[in-house]
Design a protein around this ligand. Structure first.
Ligand code: SF4
Length: 365
């Protein structure tokens, strides 16, 4: 564990704001903001005012906090900061209204975030890391390698950036399915979720928040003990260890049998169904035998299964299966599993679909 991670972890447990450098207000809970304002000799109600500016109004600078005295705004500018992003590119799908944002943080790190629209439901697909260390063979993000984790403040800012840019449209749901493995950046992702969910924060209901993991077993077990009623999705993509390890190197570290055990513990502890995500790759995992083995696995877990066709990227050698193959696969699954959904990939014309996000050099298209 790095020194910084250790410090963040202690801060989350103790509720004390981190002390090093200028404190980033976008990454603080209300209790931590209270402690911070009290350390400045200010009354408690200033914390409510600051939280309203930072989270509800999503301001980008202290000068905008017009109900705070000038001296306090100047002090905040000296001792604190507010994570910021700039929109570098914004692309709208002509097919389904999906919108992709290329966002840049202060240190020039770039990530992609996506707004998905389905009727009156608007969902933000959020990144938790710059790149990813796992290198799944069907995923453009994996080709970047891991550059760094995003901080809780940067994740919250990402959600706010989407909100700001689509206003007055409301971002009611968030899914952590963007760039990176959220459970590899557990503390910052969870802290961002606490802030996103809180009434003093972004006020997004826990049941409207989904974490998607490629299968980080210790993270799943830890998540089982959290208080929030979040949704959990597993990017499974292969029902057997050998094939899974071939296309998802994470299976070498956390084998399929251990993953299924962890998911069984999770569902038992939470009393909630999980979602299994299965990306169909032509001639790789789309055979009737695979459908049957997937159904065997699903028998062991309270789950629904989302089947989605592979989105082509320039960096991978796979193809999506034919419609006939997809229908055959779905029919076999549906004969055995109660909830099977064919998910239609959104935003594939702007490389905003599942597995297509990449803020490296634009070659995902
Ligand atoms: S699918 Fe997820 S875990 Fe795999 S490389 Fe892509 S971002 Fe990482």
């Amino acid at each position: 564990m790095s020194e910084k991670k250790g410090a963040d972890r202690r801060d989350r447990k103790s509720g004390s704001p981190p002390r090093r450098g200028r404190i980033d207000l976008r990454g603080l809970t209300l209790t931590e903001i209270e402690q911070f304002v009290s350390s400045l000799g200010e009354p408690r109600y200033r914390a409510d005012q600051i939280a309203a500016w930072v989270f509800t109004r999503g301001v980008r600078g202290f000068e905008e906090m017009t109900d705070l005295p000038r001296a306090l705004r100047e002090r905040l500018a000296r001792d604190a900061k507010i994570a910021r992003t700039e929109v570098i590119e914004r692309e709208l799908s002509a097919i389904d209204g999906t919108e992709k944002f290329l966002l840049e943080y202060n240190d020039t790190a770039r990530i992609e975030a996506v707004v998905l629209r389905d009727g009156d439901r608007t969902t933000g697909c959020i990144s938790t890391q710059v790149g990813c260390r796992w290198g799944c063979s069907f995923c453009a993000t994996g080709t970047m390698g891991l550059k760094r984790n995003l901080t809780a403040a940067e994740i919250v800012e990402q959600i706010l950036a989407l909100r700001r840019n689509i206003a007055p449209e409301r971002l009611g749901n968030i899914v952590f399915m963007g760039m990176g493995e959220p459970l590899d950046n557990y503390d910052d992702t969870m802290k961002a979720i606490v802030i996103a969910n809180a009434p003093w924060g972004l006020e997004i209901g826990a049941r409207r928040i989904t974490i998607s993991t490629a299968g980080v077993v210790p993270g799943i077990l830890r998540l089982a003990e959290e208080d929030l009623q979040l949704n959990l999705a597993i990017s499974l993509n292969a029902p057997v260890q050998r094939l899974r390890a071939e296309i998802m190197p994470i299976a070498g570290k956390y084998p399929l049998n251990e993953l299924i055990d962890a998911l069984a513990k999770y569902t038992k502890r939470r009393g909630r169904r999980i979602t299994i995500e299965y990306v169909l790759l032509q001639d790789i995992n789309d055979s009737p035998e695979m459908a049957s083995m997937l159904a065997d696995l699903a028998d062991k877990l309270p789950c629904s299964i989302n089947v989605i066709c592979y989105n082509e990227t320039k960096k991978a050698a796979y193809a999506p299966p034919t419609d006939k193959t997809v229908e055959r696969f779905l029919a076999l699954l549906r004969a055995r599993c109660p909830t099977v959904v064919r998910r239609i990939s959104r935003g594939s014309d702007i490389a905003a679909g599942c597995g297509q996000l990449c803020a490296d050099d634009g070659q995902s298209r």
